[in-house]
Design a protein. Structure first.
Length: 446
């Protein structure tokens, strides 16, 4: 065997052969043969490690390119279609928008059961599918008849919300009745269902001690229709400030949620996150801190869905600054090791007809689909990131983690708190959100 290895080594050029160079100073034949075997084994090991690294890179695809379409979906069809065509042209595959319970089921079930009103959402989904786009519904908010509280509060009974969630999945999900009724359309069924929106924010608040049962009821109902559907925690928001680990509201909420519902660990298909940071660096830090929080609860492998983030436009200087931030987020996060499945900037367009702060990637007039600098930078950054190795932004995940249950407690009023903080500090208030979004106003019915 030693002679065969030596013959192989001698047959190679010694000029740049590292094995031959390493062997050059060994003249004793037994030692030379043993050293050769070790060196060949090391070379094989290196090759295997390289292959494994390449496989790992290939197994970490870039995040789904999505966009928020709340406002776009309010446009007349002749204005909506060009916007959807532009989304498709820029590589968007998924459009996030409301599945408004009040609109879909405006009256309580009667003697004959539920009466669903699908006309508006049918039109949205048809327009999206015609442009090869998938709808990602946000299942919100309580219908007037299903609650006893004012505002965007949780329903009185989880079962009513679960029935609504299942009806949406049955209509628009895999094998849904909408697709059976419209076989002429390209088949793009909904596969991601978001349970509420910013439930940790005062405007849409559902205490974590209440949210867990609502999520589980909806997840069970949707999985009965499509066991492979991703039923995700509604996007948890920060307050748009510079990163501060002691003010990480999504992390607080997760600590409260898993403390109140320890059986929920391992039963979540994904976590929605709205990391509205003051800069790209802050966004990235919020995401890393949130991933670390999930890891501490043995949810290190659960995907994160960034269902909103962004900055308001303004002057030319502001827009150019925004473009730099969008490019940085795209390149840093979209193909990282943080387990990000999906990224949806807020928002594609804010038409002039809506009284909202302008976070749009295109002009408000809706007469043009030309991207603003921030939009151009975003999509260019996604393309650049997809061609690069996975960005090792988050710490390597440990196989065994320690939960943070000791940092969160549940008081007798049913509201979870973290550490010594009061209940009033456990969620960001709308006044602290600089973006002052009002895209859900049309569904308000107290």
């Amino acid at each position: 065997m030693g002679r065969q290895i030596q013959t192989f080594l001698d047959s190679r050029s010694h000029g740049s052969d590292p094995i031959s160079q390493a062997m050059a100073g060994i003249t004793d034949q037994p030692w030379r043969a043993a050293a050769a075997r070790v060196l060949v084994a090391l070379v094989c090991l290196l090759a295997c490690l390289t292959a494994a690294t390449s496989a790992a890179q290939a197994a970490t695809p870039p995040a789904i390119s999505a966009v928020n379409g709340f406002s776009a979906l309010q446009l007349p069809l002749d204005e909506l279609n060009p916007q959807l065509a532009a989304m498709q042209a820029h590589g968007v595959t998924t459009v996030r928008g409301d599945a408004p319970w009040n609109q879909i089921e405006p009256a309580p079930p009667g003697p004959l059961g539920h009466v669903w009103q699908w006309a508006t959402t049918d039109a949205w989904v048809a327009a999206l599918a015609a442009h090869h786009l998938t709808w990602q519904p946000v299942l919100d908010y309580s219908a007037w008849w299903a609650k006893t509280c004012s505002g965007f509060c949780a329903p009185t009974d989880d079962s009513t919300y679960a029935a609504f969630a299942q009806a949406v999945a049955t209509r628009y999900g895999v094998g849904g009745s909408f697709w059976a009724e419209n076989p002429q359309l390209p088949y793009y069924p909904a596969q991601i269902f978001e349970i509420w929106n910013e439930e940790n924010v005062s405007t849409y608040s559902i205490p974590a001690t209440r949210y867990g049962s609502l999520y589980l009821a909806a997840r069970t109902a949707i999985h009965a229709v499509d066991p492979q559907a991703a039923v995700i925690i509604g996007g948890l928001a920060d307050d748009g400030q510079a990163f501060n680990a002691s003010q990480d509201y999504p992390k607080w909420y997760i600590n409260q949620l898993f403390t109140a519902y320890p059986n929920l660990v391992g039963q979540v298909d994904g976590f929605g996150l709205h990391p509205y940071g003051s800069s790209a660096s802050a966004v990235e830090q919020w995401v890393v801190d949130f991933r670390n929080a999930l890891t501490s609860w043995n949810e290190g492998s659960a995907p994160i869905y960034i269902t909103e983030f962004g900055w308001q436009t303004g002057s030319t200087t502001t827009e150019n600054w925004r473009a730099v931030q969008m490019s940085s987020v795209a390149q840093t996060l979209s193909h990282s090791n943080c387990g990000i499945a999906y990224m949806a900037p807020y928002t594609w367009i804010v038409p002039l007809t809506l009284d909202q702060a302008d976070f749009g990637l295109v002009d408000r007039s809706a007469l043009s689909t030309t991207l603003r600098p921030a939009g151009t930078a975003w999509f260019k950054g996604l393309g650049q990131a997809a061609g690069q190795p996975v960005n090792a932004l988050c710490p390597a995940q440990s196989s065994s983690t320690t939960t943070t249950a000791t940092t969160a407690t549940v008081d007798t009023t049913g509201t979870a708190t973290t550490g010594a903080r009061s209940n009033a500090q456990s969620r960001p208030t709308r006044s602290r959100h600089r973006r002052h979004r009002r895209h859900h106003r049309r569904h308000r019915r107290s």
